[in-house]
Ligand binder design. Sequence first.
Ligand SMILES: NC(=O)c1ccc[n+]([C@@H]2O[C@H](COP(=O)([O-])OP(=O)(O)OC[C@H]3O[C@@H](n4cnc5c(N)ncnc54)[C@H](O)[C@@H]3O)[C@@H](O)[C@H]2O)c1
Length: 326
Amino acid sequence: MKKILVTGGAGYIGSHTTNALIENGFEVVIIDDLSTGFECLLHPKAKFYRGCVTDAETTASILTKENIDGVIHFAAKIVVPESISQPLNYYNNNTVGVIRTLEACKKAGVKKFVFSSTAAVYGNGSNALVNESTPTAPLNPYGFSKLMSEQLIKDVEVEFGLKSVILRYFNVAGASQSKKYGQITKNASHLIKIACEAAVGKRSEMFITGDDYNTPDGTGVRDYIHVEDLADAHVAALNYLMAGGDSQTLNCGYGHGASVKEVINTIKKVSGVDFKVSIGPRRVGDADSIVSDNTKIKKILNWNPKRDNLELICRSAYEWEKELNL
Ligand SMILES: NC(=O)c1ccc[n+]([C@@H]2O[C@H](COP(=O)([O-])OP(=O)(O)OC[C@H]3O[C@@H](n4cnc5c(N)ncnc54)[C@H](O)[C@@H]3O)[C@@H](O)[C@H]2O)c1
């Protein structure tokens, strides 16, 4: 049985992926500093270490002691506006965090690595689909912190033979069908989370951050992917690396987008609540439209998403939010 270290496994995507790994026969060890993660999202069958990934010694000792076969690195700060006001914090946590985790892998001889990257590396994706060869041009420190991390991960292949799958996630949303895992994130800036909070009455209203984008209805267009399909992509990426696969950078999205207005209308439909929505100013660093070309991941990982349905994504997020008392 292969044993995987999941950094950030107490977070939103890390908890779903841990669950998918365990369901697929992997053993999981988690390191998380619980800065934005939650103990209640820790899988009961995963071994948990509380620690920070900027501490290479701690990570290296876990890798060695637990005899780890591969790492999935989720641990990061993810709020774009915060990255603009606190760039040092973001580069330290996200980019230095990757350097230290790679140092730990080198020390412990771990050579399989899956990394959480983001469509934010593409910047303003224009209105065409973005593929992995689309020039990268992040619009904010968060995107840069991830792009720098990608480069580091690719470069160390020469230094110690690390094989990696870099997954560039598009907009992750929804909650597990079991209702055991979902997004808790405090002060989240994710559209579907905010709209669900408005639908269940945790917010009195919500704002559309700009309706003058270069898109059909003027609101931003994004490619929303169900978190359990994303978790499955991580399992596929690990299986691919364990079978001797070469390093890859892969988009992870459905290949079609929805506008902010379409998402809000879908949440209103699944919840039956006509919550108040106002138009606010644009957020700094937001792109018009970013939608993935997912041809490569489907081919290389044989990834076959099963939940490509905006209503299903929104319903699962709404059902989770309704039950969430945190
Ligand atoms: N949510 C999205 O839409 C999205 C999109 C693209 C990429 N990503 C990437 O996916 C990953 C997971 O995001 P998420 O949405 O689950 O966020 P999250 O905040 O729920 O999870 C991040 C987890 O990492 C932990 N963590 C943060 N810094 C740490 C550190 N220095 N040491 C140890 N643990 C630390 C947090 O406590 C948390 O449990 C991130 O790398 C993020 O950049 C997310």
